[in-house]
Design a protein around this ligand. Structure first.
Ligand code: SF4
Length: 178
């Protein structure tokens, strides 16, 4: 795989902080799905979130079909919780352009995981069949049972449970590439 050509795409869209990692180094865990099911207000309300997501076993099998992926790191401070979605929507729009260009560069298996749940629409259709932009909807790593904490820490990236909105956020997206 020619990383240099793809990295030029990442830079062109303002994504400078990333690492190539092995897909086998992505940590998946059943507890992540339980966090979605119990305690997340998006559960059952978003087209790309559980239970509208593959089973744990399907997620594990999906990652086993790749050798490598790109871990993107985004670091920012957004004190107004109401503006967090605006920030992640803008970043995810850039990531979607990257996925498209990587695909067109000859990587048909390119598949993006947004850095949080899909927020393209002011109000989500709620189910895959009612998704308003199915060509642009992408899951979050968590909706595919990725233990983001363990995955990024093993590559030396920072992540902590935030206690209030004055703390800096460290968010992560994944781009599966073959
Ligand atoms: S594109 Fe819109 S309707 Fe589809 S998953 Fe994203 S927010 Fe929901």
């Amino acid at each position: 795989m020619e990383h240099g050509e793809l990295e030029m795409i990442f830079h062109r869209h303002g994504c400078e902080d990333f690492a190539w990692i092995k897909a086998s180094e992505i940590e998946t865990a059943q507890w992540v799905r339980m966090k979605c099911a119990y305690g997340c207000r998006s559960y059952g309300k978003k087209a790309d979130c559980p239970p509208n997501a593959p089973s744990f076993e399907e997620c594990v099998r999906f990652f086993s079909e790749y050798d490598h992926c790109v871990l993107f790191h985004f670091q920012t401070l957004v004190e107004d919780p109401g503006k967090r979605g605006v920030y992640t929507k803008e970043v995810n729009a850039r990531l979607l352009k990257i996925e498209r260009e990587v695909f067109l560069a000859g990587h048909p298996k390119a598949f993006l995981f947004y850095m949080d749940e899909c927020r393209l629409c002011a109000e989500c259709g709620g189910t895959p069949l009612k998704c308003l932009h199915p060509g642009m909807a992408r899951p979050s790593p968590e909706s595919f049972c990725v233990d983001v904490f363990s995955t990024v820490r093993k590559h030396g990236y920072p992540i902590e449970v935030l206690k209030d909105y004055r703390q800096e956020m460290h968010r992560y997206a994944l781009l599966m590439v073959e």
